[in-house]
Design a protein around this ligand. Structure first.
Ligand SMILES: C[S@@+](CC[C@H](N)C(=O)[O-])C[C@H]1O[C@@H](n2cnc3c(N)ncnc32)[C@H](O)[C@@H]1O
Length: 250
């Protein structure tokens, strides 16, 4: 059952996940993945969050197998409000399938939740195992060269309207990545329900494209395409905000 939106009892992380679809409305990145999903017969969404892409795919007539996994109960609960797909509470490394999917994808920078080499290795191995030979793995990661985190500070606040109609103000705080590329980020929420800010803490790893390629090759993937934007423009190592990678399971 979906966690109730009761401002008095929410912690920052749960608030963040319950507002996820409001903070991240459907956009060009979702259209990019939806296109891949609609072309594939059997699809696994790794780090599916609230399941928006698979839900949309089913609504638009995808007739094949759709499965989503995510380790965050509060995100997955939202996905489970729909029977569009099979939903599994698990991290990428816990994907239990063997050769059952034609496409796996990690959208919304979910790949950046893999915080160290060991988890990345285990996660890519599990994704590879889940795919049939020749299957594809698509994912996006922010390009560390662009240093997007420089704008994640109180000078760049934004707003969201919550399920009760209240206007919440939020901003991020971070000191930038450590020597392993891991960046701790705090999201600060302020709104009329609370007399002090609510804080959601998280971490993201920024991995340069060359390192991504080495990780993919070690897991048995060959990079087929790398885009620098959702319009499929070529990746520019200095300027593209994201590296959008499509790899093939060898
Ligand atoms: C920014 S959200 C993206 C959600 C969704 N893919 C989208 O496009 O909206 C990142 C998601 O990755 C999930 N995540 C965190 N660690 C993970 C892991 N080890 N394996 C798979 N997913 C993970 C989080 O719980 C979260 O739902």
């Amino acid at each position: 059952m979906t966690t109730a939106y009761d401002p008095a009892s929410l912690d920052g992380e749960t608030l963040d996940s319950l507002l996820y679809d409001r903070l991240n409305p459907w956009g060009p990145c979702d259209d990019f993945y939806l296109g891949l999903v609609m072309e594939a017969g059997r699809v696994l969404d790794v780090g599916c969050g609230t399941g928006a892409i698979l839900r949309r795919a089913r609504a638009e007539g995808h007739a094949g197998r759709l499965a989503g996994l995510d380790p965050d109960p509060s995100m997955l609960d939202q996905a489970r409000s729909s029977d569009a797909a099979e939903w599994l509470l698990a991290p990428a490394a816990g994907a239990p399938w063997h050769g059952e999917f034609d496409l796996a994808f990690m959208s919304g920078n979910a790949f950046q939740c893999l915080l160290d080499d060991a988890d990345t290795r285990a996660s890519l191995a599990a994704v590879r195992r889940s795919l049939a030979d020749g299957g594809r793995f698509a994912f996006d990661t922010r390009n560390p060269a662009v240093r997007e985190w420089r704008d994640w500070n109180p000078e760049h606040p934004y707003e969201v309207v919550d399920p009760l109609g209240a206007r919440l103000r939020l901003h991020h705080e971070t000191n930038g990545p450590d020597s392993e590329g891991v960046l701790a980020v705090r999201t600060i929420f302020q709104g009329p329900h609370w007399d002090r800010p609510l804080v959601a803490s998280g971490s993201l790893r920024f991995v340069p494209p060359e390192a991504l390629d080495a990780q993919l090759a070690a897991a048995g993937f060959a990079v087929e395409e790398r885009f620098g934007g959702w319009d499929r423009r070529a990746f520019d190592p200095e300027r593209s905000p994201s590296a959008v990678t499509v790899a093939r399971a060898a």
